[in-house]
Write a protein that binds this ligand. Structure first.
Ligand SMILES: [Ca+2]
Ligand SMILES: [Ca+2]
Length: 79
């Protein structure tokens, strides 16, 4: 059985690595990742995949949407 504290630690690690990746993708540093910024990092990501990741449909990925995109495999987990 996995100790609950270890599981929490693993989740924290996963969260911080997603934040790091966001820093790399967010080239203009506004805290949101546009489709152009995603494509600069991942040329293979389509507009359809971006729209799928953009949960609230505002055309930008915030930290929550970005980590979901990684979790769902829309964006490559290992940047
Ligand atoms: Ca940006
Ligand atoms: Ca959004």
């Amino acid at each position: 059985m996995i100790h609950p504290a270890r599981l929490t630690f693993a989740l924290l690690l996963a969260g911080s690595s997603a934040a790091l990746a966001q820093d790399n993708i967010d080239t203009d540093g506004d805290g949101l990742v546009s489709f152009a910024e995603v494509q600069a990092a991942y040329p293979d990501v389509t507009a359809e995949a971006f729209a799928e990741a953009d949960g609230n449909g505002d055309g930008m990925l915030d930290e929550t949407e970005l980590s979901m995109a990684y979790g769902m495999g829309i964006l490559p987990a290992n940047y």
